[in-house]
Write a protein that binds this ligand. Sequence first.
Ligand code: SF4
Length: 471
Amino acid sequence: MKFFIDDLPVIFPYPRIYPEQYAYMCDIKRTLDVGGNCILEMPSGTGKTVSLLSLTVAYQMFYPEHRKIIYCSRTMSEIEKALIELQKLMDYRSGELGYVEDFRGLGLTSRKNLCLHPIASRERKGIVVDETCRRMTNGQLKQKIEREEASVEDLCSFHEKLYEKDPHNLIPPGVYSFDSLIKFCKKEGTCPYFTVRRMMPFCNIIIYSYHYLLDPKIGERVSKELSKDSIVIFDEAHNIDNVCIESLSLDVTDDILKRASKGANSLAKKIDEVKQHDSKRLQDEYESLVEGLRESGISQGEETFMANPVLSEDVLDEAVPGSIRRAEHFISFLKRFIEYLKTRMKVLHVVSETPSSFLQHLKHLTFIEKKPLRFCSERLSLLVRTLEVVEIEEFTALKDIATFATLVSTYESGFQLILEPYETENATVPNPILKFTCLDASIAMKPVFERFSSIIITSEIFLTDGCHQRF
Ligand code: SF4
């Protein structure tokens, strides 16, 4: 059916519409007209997704200056469902209009779900698939091939094939579910993950997980090119505040500290090896760090082993502090920080403190300053890349410690550190845990509100009062 809301022609792919759906669409239209944000609730089973898509697609096609719809949902199956709903809607629109609109809708999920490479796709853990992929697609490998130190076969052919295609048209217009995307790419011999990543600027709608926008560790890489006038939708958002909080919280345990120490020792060994065979590589890294992170190129990659949780502009332009510029100095710095955390874990009762008091105590005991801590996450990322580390799993605990260092030194408020000696109330054997908890969902949400002009948060069940107040 076709109807108007004010002057906007809406095509709805069903013969009838519930009054709730119509009211819901009117509210969204009003929000988009004034360029504001809204929180909308609608009971389950009332066709919320189709109403959302019909209205926002109609709005985008009628006012093309609204260039993109970013539709975020929670799980892969919800994303796939929305893509299939969108496919149906666009087919119905073509029938009603009598022509096929120039429209592209794609969904993004992790490499683990999309990879076609016979070796990388066999890995079970997402982080290992990511790193295996990076090693087969990065610029360093190409330089090695030029120097005849590696073979062209080491590159991922699915990734290379993309260079043979028109970069604006890696996939023809249309709406693709994950199944149809993978089928298309298999036929073409191209990588589905990078097809979507590179086509994001040319899509009318992109459907992906909350994390690509809310988790600053990922969002900065994946979503940085989306323009301000995009319409952002968070669907199934009843636990959005938990997602925000979880994306910035982390736990440190004895086991993580032990593994982080091991990781630091094995990085130190690798540094010695590289120093003996290729000391220029480390010298080049040192020199680029004097210029700042931006110059080091670390902020420009597609993604790195670990993205910085706070990649603010000022951090990028600053020179990395002298005390952690040399690879070996940085490792000793990390080791000192880990040893400090080990001593802090020896508590007999629960301790709760703020990031500032933690930093003060840290400085008092170890002379570790706040500034180098802020750079830990990026610095480690660059080092892992410089050393061309292969066994990435060995360093995940060290990555957690570096992320913690960066977060605790960046946010003075909105976080709490809680040290607990026992896992449960009745336990008699100590099993300490340091919980670094984000208390304020708006910290992760704020950059999204600052970046985009229209944000629609919607859910089937009632959002909590707290959620309304926070957003
Ligand atoms: S480029 Fe694509 S196909 Fe190749 S390893 Fe990476 S994710 Fe897999």
